[in-house]
Every structure is written in C-alpha cells, then in structure tokens.
Design a protein around this ligand. Structure first.
Ligand code: PBG
Length: 336
C-alpha cells in the first residue's frame, strides 16, 4: 500500500504562535519582578556610588545609597535585596572578628534598610571571605581549611545578622554542618522565622572573578593556596553530589536552596526541583553578568532581549527565583 501523504500538515504547531494574543495564552513561563533577589555591594562612607570595573553598570554603594537602592527595588516590586560588604583591608584579620561585629558594614546596612523600607526582605551572606586576611571562606590550619572551627565562627556571624534584622540568611561557605548549627542557634535565640537560603550546590567556579574584585577579596585569595576553593566548593562535572548536598541541607533546616553559578548549571536546577520540590534559586553570578554586560556594551547582543531571555531560562528550568545583578533593569522592563 502506498503511504498517504497529506496535502497539508496535520499538526500546525505554528498556529500556537500566530499572534501576540495566542502567544500570551500559551506562554508557559512568566517572569515577574517578584522572582528577583538583587545582590548589592556595600562600602563605607556617605553619598558614594563607586563603579566596579569588571561589572559595568554595577556599583559599590555607601549605606545611604543602599537605602535608596532598597527603596527603588521595593517600588519596582523586587521582594529582596542581598548585601555583600566591601571590607577595608584594615578590618581583615586572622580571626575574622569583624564578621560578627554588630556594627560591621553589613549589619549597619541591614538596620538602615529595615528602618527605611521594612517591606523589603534583607538577605545576608554568611562566609568569612570578606573578613579573612587569606580571602578564604574558612580558617586555615597547617595549610588546610578547617571545618568545625569555621562553623563556630559562621554561627556567630549568622546570629549577628539575625540580631541586625536580616530576614534571609545565606550561608555561602560550603562547610559541612553549618546549616544545622546555624538553625539550632537561631532557634535558641528565638529567631524562629529567620529563613535560611543555603548555597547548597555551589561550584568551584571561574565565574566568581568579578565578585572577588567587587568585595576586595581577590588579592589576598590569590596569595593563599593559589586562590583555590576546591576543597570546599564542588567540582563542575558533578551532579549527584549536588543532590546529596541539597538533601542534607534541607534535612538540617534550610528553607530554600540555591544552585550557583546559574546559566551553566540549569540541569542542576531542574534536577533539584524535580527531586525535592523545595524553593529553588539560582545565582546568575558576577562572571555571567560581566559576560553579558560586556557584550551589551559592545553592541554584540541586544541588552533588553537577552537579559529577559537569560532570566526566563532560570524559571523554565524550575527555579522559583533568581539572584541577579540585572534585577532593577529587568524589573523596569517587565513593569513596562
Ligand atoms: C563567597 C561568595 C562568592 C560569591 C558569593 N559569595 C565568591 C566565592 O565563593 O569566591 C560569588 C557571587 C558572584 O560571583 O556574583 N562567600
């Protein structure tokens, strides 16, 4: 028998793309400003907006300017802002005591934001690198990053952030047991509603370079163990290990989990979401931002289009939200 060849395609999938109205009806993934957490760099001083060379369009802001940024973010519908302090070299020590100083930059900025813009959630970073003379996230003994003594310090740092009013605490250090230890300490002090967003699957990535410049950690880090964080951050080829880390952190009391970097690790986001169904975030990190911003500046890529496309991809991959330096620009576009 001769096969029947229809004179027209039986299924015309293009019909579903045929007009803006039909495309709106069939749109599966919707990006909104409510999906963003905006990372900002805080520095000392007043009235300061200091550009970061390797991140065109991103600035280090003094506390008063961070408050202005938080007001702007809130007005744009961005639910959370994440603080990263640029710590002066004179405040970096071997014991990292500045990390839990109630008056440190991060805690001062948290209090200022919560007072001026109570409606925005403040997220803080738990890790020793901005305060450590070695630039590492943990203490070093005999040439090794030591886990348990580092966790004790991280607990002090997290508590000082909760006392300053942080809503979401983000341990980004990759030490073992820190989520459980921080959760227990928060409960003991009555901080029952402070959320933990664990940087659970954090890779030893080359994409963090511009961030380390932004927080002033690059110089010291390169001089210690070659700047190598591979004994605590994950190797890029691994996926099963990411699932074990996420499962462990959820069991220890994390409310939300993060995959970092973002764009090169969307498979990890998808797998994590399908396996655990927990609130899942990705961090579109400094190097991803620099890559795109550089291409935008040179006119090699269409800024508005590519920005939104890159962020939509996170949601399609299963993320509930994204940490992105594009947050205000993308929110402005989405708000029309
Ligand atoms: C360090 C930390 C890093 C980032 C967030 N927290 C860098 C690192 O691990 O060296 C990177 C964020 C970015 O690149 O945008 N605790």
């Amino acid at each position: 028998m001769k096969p029947v060849i229809a004179a027209f395609p039986a299924t015309r999938l293009r019909r579903l793309r045929s007009s803006p109205a039909i495309r709106a009806l069939t749109q599966q993934t919707l990006l909104t400003p409510g999906d963003f957490i905006w990372p900002v760099f805080v520095r000392d001083g007043e009235g300061i907006v200091e550009p970061i060379a390797s991140m065109p369009g991103v600035n280090r802001l003094s506390v008063d300017k961070v408050v202005e940024a938080a007001l702007e973010a809130h007005a744009l519908g961005i639910p959370a802002i994440c603080l990263f302090p640029y710590t002066d070299a004179s405040l970096k020590t071997e014991d990292c005591a500045e990390a839990w100083n109630p008056e440190n930059l991060s805690n001062r900025a948290t209090r200022a934001i919560k007072e001026a813009v109570p409606g925005i959630a403040v997220m803080t970073d738990v890790a020793l690198d901005p305060y450590n003379i070695t630039g590492h996230d943990g203490f070093i003994e005999n040439g090794q990053i030591v886990n348990d003594r580092t966790v004790e310090a991280l607990v002090k740092q997290a508590l000082s952030q909760a006392r300053a009013g942080a809503d979401i605490i983000g341990p980004s250090d990759m030490m073992d047991g820190r989520i459980g230890a921080i959760r227990a300490a928060l409960e003991a002090e009555g901080f029952h509603n402070v959320l933990l967003l664990s940087y659970a699957a954090k890779y030893a990535s080359g994409f963090y370079g511009p961030f380390r410049d932004a927080v002033g950690a690059s110089g010291a880090l390169k001089g210690t163990m070659g700047g190598d964080k591979q004994t605590y951050q994950m190797q890029p080829g691994n996926s099963d290990e990411a699932m074990r880390l996420i499962e462990r952190d959820l069991q220890e009391g994390a409310d939300m989990i993060m995959v970092k970097p973002g764009m090169p690790y969307l498979d990890i986001c998808r797998r994590a979401k399908e396996m655990f169904g927990a609130p899942t975030f990705a961090y579109q990190v400094s190097g991803e931002y620099a890559m795109l911003a550089g291409a935008f500046e040179n006119g090699w890529l269409d800024r508005d289009k590519v920005m939104l496309e890159s962020l939509t991809a996170f949601k399609r991959a299963g993320c509930d939200g994204v940490l992105t330096y594009f947050a205000p620009a993308a929110a402005r576009l989405l708000n029309g």
